[in-house]
Ligand binder design. Structure first.
Ligand code: OAD
Length: 254
């Protein structure tokens, strides 16, 4: 029988003096809520053909050439997100936010589970699947999961009949400038005492750079992931396990 996960004593001691926390999350934190990851076993890209089809459907050129295809893929993601509820891991991050003076959560997930759990200061760098924007008049709207799931073809704007797009970052698109600025302000200009990287394969520089910056500044850096990733060598502690096992322990130690 394997023993329950524990934090190293010396880490527990260091967590006692933490006043500010940055958390970076990816698809792995929503895995325990029943949402598929992109990479790894059972992930969207596990089957290369399915992966290629998904990337193509969710890409900037496809939105222009064949918007119905992009919307069918978005409706599929919305079905998964709509059926999911926040896990223990999402709730542990809410507890962490309530315990410290300053907290920022940078997530790559578009499923909205952090906000639904109750996290407040969230940077959804890849957007929010429920938000839409009209390419004709710029009207931004927030749909319900039911409305979004019904969008099997590209919706048109009620005001100007323009094409409506999902307000998520598609493959081949730039990150939203306002959110990049928030990363700079909240993770670089003011470096948190503790930086957590949870459930992400950490493939992008905007994910690994804040980890490297925090590490160089002497902050406590922790990765929670059953696998090694591109951020493993950058952190001080790699807690090799599930987010729902380790995040509640971190929350309890603060
Ligand atoms: P990935 O699917 O690349 O990685 C998921 C990570 O979660 C892997 O490292 C897993 O080992 C880990 N994992 C799985 N279950 C876990 C658990 N219970 N607890 C902790 N970790 C777990 O997801 P992301 O890194 O989020 O971009 O992918 C980043 C981006 O790649 C996505 O936002 C998406 C994709 O292309 C866009 O759509 C623009």
């Amino acid at each position: 029988m394997s023993s329950p996960p524990q934090l190293p004593d010396e880490l527990v001691e260091r967590l006692r003096s933490v006043r500010s926390v940055g958390a970076i999350t990816g698809a792995g934190i929503s895995h325990e809520s029943g949402i598929r990851t992109y990479r790894g076993r059972g992930g969207l890209y596990d089957d290369p053909e399915e992966g290629d089809r998904t990337v193509e459907a969710l890409s900037a050129p496809t939105l222009v050439i064949d918007p119905d295809r992009t919307w069918a893929a978005i409706a599929g993601l919305a079905r998964q997100a709509g059926a999911a509820s926040p896990s223990l891991a999402h709730r542990a991050l809410v507890e962490i936010e309530s315990k410290v003076e300053r907290f920022v959560l940078l997530t790559q997930n578009v499923d909205g589970l952090h906000r639904r759990a109750g996290s407040r200061n969230v940077i959804e760098i890849h957007g929010d699947i429920l938000e839409t924007e009209c390419l004709g008049c710029g009207r931004v709207e927030r749909l319900s999961f039911e409305e979004l799931q019904a969008c099997e073809t590209a919706p048109r704007c009620e005001d100007c009949d323009g094409l409506i797009r999902p307000r998520v970052v598609l493959f081949g698109e730039l990150l939203p400038a306002d959110k990049v600025l928030r990363i700079r302000l909240e993770l670089y200009a003011s470096i948190p005492d503790l930086l957590l990287v949870v459930g992400t394969s950490a493939l992008f520089p905007y994910i690994t750079d804040p980890v490297a910056v925090a590490q160089r500044a002497g902050s406590v850096t922790i990765e929670i992931n059953p696998e090694a990733t591109a951020s493993t060598d950058l952190v001080e502690y790699h807690l090799r396990g599930k987010a729902s096992e380790y995040l509640p322990l971190v929350a309890a130690a603060l």
